[in-house]
Design a protein around this ligand. Structure first.
Ligand code: UD1
Ligand code: UDP
Length: 379
């Protein structure tokens, strides 16, 4: 390790939400003693945070911030977290900082590192929905400007970066770490059956998740979405994100949940077991769009745009509006008896499960000030 003591923890991995923990877990495991886990505290409930540390056998965060949650919104959260992270990076500078995805924690981590002169590795770089109303799209653009190494999951993501002027030598197409995270977490077939049974889902069922502001913060859209699921006439298992639970209560839509099998958020093996045993997935999640391609499951994406078009092109997912279009599309997918066989033979566009190994090599080379391994796109 170039003379760096093993307890130096010189690669800071900044994370703050459920999907960041899941997708960075394989990399953290590879980094071992070099990983300094910095948790912003954005997700603070154990069901969205410590559960996933336990799922992947990760150590507790080496630094845990308070999330800067509160009534002041995105600007205050990103600003406060950036300031706190910068203080930590000045006091005890890591040699590289890794951020993942597009959350407020991702933006704060990249900003703090860059302003402190520490090189930034962006995992899952180059996603673009083209929808500036999504907070995540703005976070992606900000991190895209700041990152020193962009780990694009697909050629399309690399092309998005090149189109915005990112130097090719700073880009690597690695695949998405969600592939290996999924393979690590997915229980064996007997356990999948047991978990489905435990959730009252023995026969055919649909698994649904919703948490995007475009769905949860509009009473009309949320009502249309939940009504379509309730009217489907199939069992719908729905682990409820706290944002969604709060909005259902605020808008007085609790009666619609009575027709669904609602649970608290579940851990990663449980979610994947349910997803694997479901006949159809319905979600506005980013990660679920990718996991569907590993599990070979059809997914209806209840969104107006997606930054993950590869899953649509490959035939795994389809964008739908909530309400009648969702109901019709779900009925059609459930009636399509060949769909599962078609998807079973379709490769995931998100890589072969080696993304974390490649990113490990890139992050440690950056920390060691060594040449970056791998080829730039188009070389
Ligand atoms: C955040 C990310 C989103 C990501 C999602 C993963 C941003 C802008 N959004 O959305 O990109 O897809 O995480 O799940 O960064 N809450 C709790 N307990 C918690 C955390 C949140 O009850 O542990 C509630 C709070 O009322 C909070 C609300 O959920 O106000 C939203 O949380 P927040 O982290 O702002 O956004 P998410 O919707 O979780
Ligand atoms: N997930 C989970 N339990 C749940 C719901 C989702 O473990 O109850 C996992 C899912 O497998 C995926 C990730 O959470 O890996 C997606 O997170 P989320 O939808 O919150 O965020 P996004 O991917 O949209 O940013």
């Amino acid at each position: 390790m170039n003379g760096i003591p093993s307890d130096r923890r010189d690669v800071a991995v900044v994370l703050g939400t459920r999907p960041e923990i899941i997708k960075l877990a394989p990399l953290i495991r590879l980094l071992g003693d070099r990983a300094r886990i910095v948790h912003t505290g954005q997700h603070y409930d154990s069901a969205l945070s410590s559960t996933f540390f336990a799922n992947f056998g990760l150590p507790h965060p080496h630094l845990l911030l308070d999330g800067a949650t509160g009534p002041w919104g995105r600007g205050a959260q990103i600003g406060s977290l950036t300031a706190e992270l910068a203080r930590s990076f000045v006091t005890d500078p890591p040699r590289a900082v890794v951020v993942q995805g597009d959350t407020n924690s991702t933006s704060a981590g990249a900003q703090a590192a860059h302003y402190c002169g520490i090189p930034v590795v962006h995992v899952e770089a180059g996603l673009r929905s083209g929808d500036r109303a999504m907070p995540e799209e703005i976070n992606r653009l900000v991190v895209g400007v700041l990152a020193d190494v962009h780990c694009a999951a697909t050629e399309q993501a690399a092309a998005n970066l090149l189109a915005t002027g990112t130097a090719p030598e700073r880009i690597r197409v690695t695949g998405n770490t969600v592939v290996e995270a999924t393979l690590m977490s997915l229980p064996d077939p007997a356990e999948r059956d047991r978990i489905a049974h435990e959730h009252g889902a023995d026969g055919a069922f649909v698994l649904a998740t919703v948490h995007r502001p475009e769905n949860t913060d509009s009473p009309e859209r949320l009502q249309a979405l939940l009504t379509a699921l309730a009217d489907l006439g199939e069992r719908v298992v729905m682990p409820l994100h706290p944002r969604t639970r709060a909005k259902v209560k605020q808008f007085g839509l609790e009666h619609l949940l009575e027709r669904l099998t609602v649970t608290d958020p579940v851990d990663h093996p449980t979610f994947l077991a349910l997803a694997d045993r479901a006949r159809l997935l319905v979600s506005d999640s980013g990660g679920v769009q990718e996991e569907a391609t590993v599990l070979k499951k059809p997914l209806l994406v209840v969104r107006t745009s997606t930054e993950r078009p590869e899953a649509v092109t490959a035939g795994f997912s389809r964008l739908v509006e909530p309400g009648r279009p969702l109901l019709d599309a779900a009925r059609a997918a459930l009636a399509d008896t060949d769909l599962h066989d078609r998807l079973a033979g379709t490769a995931s566009p998100y890589g072969d499960g080696t993304a974390s190994q490649q990113i490990h090599a890139l992050a440690t080379a950056l920390a060691d000030r060594a040449p970056l391994p791998g080829a730039a796109p188009g070389r």
